[in-house]
Design a protein around this ligand. Structure first.
Ligand code: AMP
Ligand code: MG
Length: 870
């Protein structure tokens, strides 16, 4: 199939773009495998006697060697047979490809390859698919669109690699293959990865001059041992490679049929990454009197997810200038160019690390070069306008709002609206009561309230009095509340005057407030709405505690996180930098026991906005919530993504039109929520906030864009005052694109866990920051990675902590409670998605089946233990 085409003249000697384009088009045109031909050529005339000759062959009829053979033949014909072909004489001894194919089939059918097949079956059974993190969701159908990325290794490094490989008695290819294996394991966190390697089946003289496909693919895997010294690993790779060669006759396609790995239509079976050694293209003289050059046609195809080509002359230690070029062919449906370039850069750093210490365990080998280390440093703390270094106290900010606009609404609830003046005065009076009753600076005060104006008054009053605000959710089981009050050592508990009973057995003094925040008149000796209501002057410093918030604890006891004024004020002021505008009407949806309620209360109150409070349990009635948003002109809110999704599903766009900014937080934001948001409220800004209680509410934030609806929604960049590092298993910064544990530093890092020095020491650490060894970081236990642009992706937990409807839960806390019961020796706790099929009681060993087996009284007692404690 020969065609001839004409394009514009060449400038100089190189091939013009127009010619390249034509060549590309010729190469990319699909072949028809049932009709042929499977080889096609084109002659492109560029004028001035310059031509481009294009030869395209389907892989099914050719391999690298075939091209060399064809080239020599072509040369001979062109030259009219004057050039002597050295191989001519033994042409008769060459096999026809058809004979080879027959022979191969017979060998398979005879069963002679049984042992080889058995080898591969044992080697490859149960292999997982390569778990690369993708830049784009993998399309359903297998696509071959690809591109190439190149990197030339420095000659010094190549010399050192060659010295190492000869010392270790391996080939250069084995060395590169080993490094590629280590790289992929780091990228995927998989213990075992499979890499395809082509093997030439041209055995014996008879095939040296036959054009055809004489390749098989061998799949090289590793043993799962990250502590192996690299040199030992190299030996391991060599022996698996040699074993593979000894079993190379079992055709790959047949193995796939035999092994039956889980097939997906959009992935190559058994391996998704390939490693290939290539000879550099030799510049060949075409014919006497004609100058020629070979050029590469970029086919924009990628057979696998990744193929690494190592291109260099057959290594030879005496050569003065060793060269090694690494080319990564990658599938462009799933990976970006920057990712491919980064991979090669990591591979080079890895090779450097290998030559500098070949005895190092694999897990210790480094992927990050100096330049990337600096990049990671910049990602850790983006340049924001720093907020004030001279921080006020939290309640001083609220007092400033009150002084600026005393008549503006501060708290809006069903039946009451508190103005700033009213809120401040009531809080001042309550604070004086607290001081008068002997409250000392730094002493905890429990506040056990539904969302109500009174709760806001109470929180503010505790701070003004120098106390530590300890919010408790009145919906918690009584035993748990009791435990929390005792654990924090609160001497005073502030409750609603509508609460039916005192907190059982509490030794703390109880203070009762009316729903509007006025002390209950029934309280003897207290004058309602009277007394000094000016701001107090209590000697509190920004390093004193502002609040303690409890989170689930894995030892069966919740733990209190101690947060200072400095922590919460810098966390709150950072909102001004990120969000700019005042949250005019903020709808508070979180329980006060979560630190997300701190945002809802203090962000508006510190900036002059209003807090809108839904009724008790109103968030369970989405329609009425939507009505509230509409009626109260809510502009801002923060909630877990699943609740926001419900609001979007229930509310017509018009009714939610006042929303300017919605923040989702607390759980991973699904792409579906993003799509729904932009469909319904395209003018409303959506943010994804991330942060553990221990780092004061938030530390990473992302302004969500419509494109995030197509894949993983990032959590974004560190907030002002936060420093975020992603640390690998060896305590070093994880490379860009590679998962590690999220560590948070900066001003939000809280003091630690109340009365739990061991746990505090375990989770709050120093020595993470190379330039500031004293800087404290909180280890979140969350996994994440930096992307190329410096945004962070959340990748789940390292431990088994989980979230259920926004509640942070350590399953171990629950199993610890269960195991206290005499009938339970060991318990396991799992999270099930609602509607995920089987009812728990069907599982033998589930709580329900255990209860069914117990006698009723025992079952009752066990249930009670659970209900009281969790
Ligand atoms: P809490 O201390 O209750 O605020 O819970 C903090 C934990 O919630 C974090 O350590 C994460 O595991 C999870 N989390 C918080 N925000 C997000 C978010 N935006 N995306 C994913 N997970 C989140
Ligand atoms: Mg939180």
């Amino acid at each position: 199939d020969l065609e001839s085409r004409k394009v514009g003249p060449a400038a100089g000697t190189s091939v013009t773009q127009a010619a390249q384009d034509v060549a590309c088009e010729v190469v990319r045109r699909p072949f028809n495998l049932s009709t042929g031909p499977l080889i096609r050529a084109a002659l492109i005339e560029m004028g001035d006697g310059d031509y481009v000759f294009v030869l395209a062959l389907h892989h099914i009829v050719s391999d690298e060697r075939s091209l060399d053979i064809l080239w020599v033949d072509l040369l001979q014909f062109y030259d009219g047979g004057r050039i002597q072909n050295p191989a001519d004489s033994d042409e008769s001894r060459q096999v026809e490809y058809l004979d080879y194919a027959h022979w191969q089939r017979e060998r398979w059918e005879s069963g002679d390859l049984g042992e080889q097949v058995a080898y591969w079956k044992s080697r490859l059974a149960g292999l997982g698919e390569l778990a690369l993190r993708l830049d784009h969701q993998r399309p359903r159908g297998l696509s071959f669109s690809g591109a190439l990325e190149k990197r030339i290794l420095p000659q010094r490094l190549v010399t050192e690699l060659d010295a190492l490989r000869s010392e270790q008695g391996v080939t250069r290819f084995m060395l590169i293959l080993s490094a590629f294996n280590v790289l992929l394991r780091r990228y995927t966190d998989q213990g075992v990865v499979a890499i395809g390697v082509p093997a030439s089946m041209r055995v014996g003289e008879e095939t040296t001059r036959t054009v055809g496909f004489f390749l098989n693919t061998l799949v090289i895997t590793n043993d799962d041992d990250a502590d192996l010294a690299f040199t030992d690993f190299l030996r391991q790779v060599r022996s698996s490679f040699l074993d593979a060669l000894a079993n190379q006759e079992a055709p790959f396609e047949k193995l796939v049929d035999e092994i039956r790995p889980q097939r997906s239509l959009n992935r190559n079976p058994l391996f998704q990454a390939m490693c290939v050694e290539q000879q550099p293209e030799r510049l060949q003289q075409f014919a006497p009197g004609i100058s020629s050059e070979r050029f590469e046609v970029t086919t924009a195809a990628s057979k696998f997810d990744l193929t690494l080509f190592a291109t260099g002359p057959q290594s030879d230690l005496t050569a003065s200038a060793p060269e090694l070029e690494l080319t990564l062919e990658y599938n462009t449906d799933i990976l970006n160019r920057a990712t491919a370039a980064r991979m090669l850069r990591h591979l080079e750093a890895l090779l450097e690390s290998i030559v500098s210490d070949p005895e190092a365990p694999l897990s210790v080998l480094n992927l990050v070069d100096q330049a990337e280390l600096e990049e990671l440093g910049a990602f850790a703390a983006p340049d924001y306008d720093q907020t004030d270094s001279d921080l006020p106290l939290l309640h001083e900010l609220v007092e400033a709002s009150a002084a600026a606009a005393p008549d503006e609404p501060a708290v809006i609830a069903d039946e009451t609206t508190l103005t700033y003046g009213g809120l401040n005065r009531r809080a001042n009076r309550l604070a004086r009561e607290l001081v008068a009753s002997g409250l000392e600076v730094g002493a905890p005060v429990a506040v056990c309230f539904d969302r109500s104006p009174a709760m806001v008054v109470a929180a503010l009053a505790v701070l003004k009095a120098g106390g530590v605000y300890v919010p408790l959710d009145p919906d918690y089981p009584a035993d748990r509340l009791q435990y929390l009050i005792d654990d924090c050592g609160a001497g005073i508990v502030i409750v609603s005057d509508e609460a039916d009973e005192s907190l059982p057995g509490s030794r703390a003094k109880e203070v009762r407030l009316r729903n509007d925040g006025v002390l209950t008149s029934a309280d003897p000796g207290v004058k309602v709405e009277a007394g000094d209501d000016s701001n107090l002057d209590v000697d509190v410093s920004v390093e004193d505690l502002a609040y303690v918030i409890y989170t689930s604890g894995s030892t069966g006891r919740p733990k209190g996180v101690m947060v200072t004024h400095s922590n919460v004020v810098s966390s709150t002021l950072a909102r001004r930098v990120v969000y700019g505008r005042v949250p005019e009407r903020f709808l508070l949806l979180s329980s006060i026991a979560f630190d997300s309620s701190i945002v809802g209360l203090f962000w508006p109150l510190c900036t002059g906005g209003s807090v809108v409070l839904p009724r008790r349990r109103q968030e369970q009635d989405i329609d009425s919530l939507v009505r509230l948003i509409q009626e109260q002109h809510v502009t801002h809110t923060l909630c877990i993504p699943s609740l926001y999704k419900l609001i979007l599903l229930h509310g017509e766009s018009e009714r939610l039109g006042t929303l300017e900014t919605v923040i989702v937080a607390g759980e991973a934001c699904p792409a579906a929520a993003v799509r729904l948001h932009f469909e319904k409220l395209p003018a409303t800004k959506l943010y994804n906030e991330y942060g553990p209680t221990e780092a004061t509410v938030w530390c990473i934030v992302h302004e969500v864009a419509p494109r995030d609806g197509r894949g993983q929604v990032p959590i974004g960049r560190p907030t002002p005052n936060a420093v975020v590092r992603i640390i690998d298993a060896c305590g070093r910064p994880a490379p860009i694109g590679v998962a590690g544990e999220i560590y948070v530093g900066g001003r939000g890092v809280s003091r630690g866990y109340l009365e739990r020095p061991d746990l505090t020491e375990e989770r709050f650490v120093t020595g993470v920051d190379a330039t500031d060894h004293e800087a404290r970081y909180y280890r979140t236990g969350d996994r994440g990675r930096f992307t190329e642009s410096g945004t962070i992706e959340f990748l789940g937990r390292i431990d088994n902590q989980t979230k259920v409807r926004g509640y942070r839960i350590e399953p171990d806390e629950i199993s610890a409670v269960l195991e206290e019961h005499q009938t339970v020796a060991e318990a396991a706790v799992i999270v099930r998605r609602e509607g995920s099929g089987a009812v728990l009681s069907d599982d033998p060993g589930s709580l329900a089946s255990l209860l069914a087996d117990l006698d009723p009284a025992e079952a009752e007692a066990l249930l009670e233990t659970i209900e009281r404690s969790i």
